[in-house]
Design a binder for this molecule. Structure first.
Ligand SMILES: [Zn+2]
Length: 271
């Protein structure tokens, strides 16, 4: 008898208690889930943009370091800018070898974090035809073959030529630019996102942003018109290091490039 009374009391409590609270209906839950999904879909692109901006800032920092390292090299070498490449025993090395000691022996400085394939620091795309071991940033045969997401501009040359030991023997690569020959340092691009081999014409020269295909002096010679993916790498823009030590994110169409005006070059050597 007692047991039966207790059971009824418990049952009564249960009926008066939790059952009086209102639960979410299925429709309400679905509405909440839908709202969360809409908010997430609005937030995710913003997160992607923020991440892209972060990667671009890291690239910009690399390029600023490269620009500063050119100044340091120049200060050590009677105001000469570093050659764009070097002829060494057995082959060629790139401009990077000249700057390696000035950027703290940091191979990653030559890379844009947005570029996953052309990575200098990890020496990807090493051709089997050149089996000598890579020594990143050093004057070794084959160093010039290592692609990277950041290329140089050939402002290092000008007509007239520079004395050895800079650059290659007498010939066009021996024509180096001295600091005093730069007309407007704030508009002279030294380095930038990308590489020269947009058309696959220079498989071993993927370390500069110079695309001499056709008439380079023709109006409209610019990276955007040539479809260089490096020119639009960072949210339709690209990073550039300038001779005044600054580095900027620029849209390709903002870089003038014609016979009279070109941010790629010193006035002494337009293109
Ligand atoms: Zn970049």
């Amino acid at each position: 008898m007692n047991n039966g009374r207790q059971a009824r009391r418990v049952l009564g409590q249960l009926q008066r208690g939790p059952s009086t609270r209102r639960a979410f209906t299925l429709v309400e839950l679905l509405v909440v889930i839908a709202i969360i999904a809409i908010l997430a879909s609005m937030l995710l692109p913003a997160l992607g943009t923020a991440r892209a901006r972060g990667v671009s800032a890291a690239c910009l920092n690399n390029q600023r370091q490269l620009g500063i390292s050119v100044h340091l090299y120049s200060a050590d070498n009677l105001d000469w800018l570093p050659p764009i490449q070097a002829q060494i025993t057995g082959g060629e090395s790139s401009w990077r070898s000249y700057l390696f000691r000035y950027v703290g022996q940091a191979a990653r400085v030559y890379d844009c974090p947005s570029e996953k394939v052309e990575s200098y620091a990890s020496a990807k795309s090493r051709p089997s035809s050149r089996p000598s071991p890579w020594v990143l940033g050093q004057f070794v045969d084959g160093e010039i073959d290592i692609p990277s997401g950041i290329g140089a501009v050939n402002v290092h040359w000008q007509s007239g030529g520079a004395p050895p030991p800079f650059g290659r023997p007498a010939g066009y690569e021996n024509n180096l630019c001295r600091w005093g020959q730069i007309e407007t340092a704030s508009q002279l691009i030294l380095f930038g996102d990308g590489h020269s081999d947009v058309y696959g014409a220079y498989p071993r020269d993927r370390w500069w942003i110079w695309k001499e295909l056709g008439n380079a002096n023709s109006p409209g010679f610019n990276r955007l018109a040539q479809g260089d993916p490096g020119a639009v790498r960072h949210l339709r823009k690209a990073n550039y290091a300038f001779a005044d030590g600054s580095a900027r994110l620029l849209a390709g169409e903002r870089i003038p490039c014609n016979t009279n005006e070109c941010w790629w070059s010193a006035k002494a050597d337009p293109h």
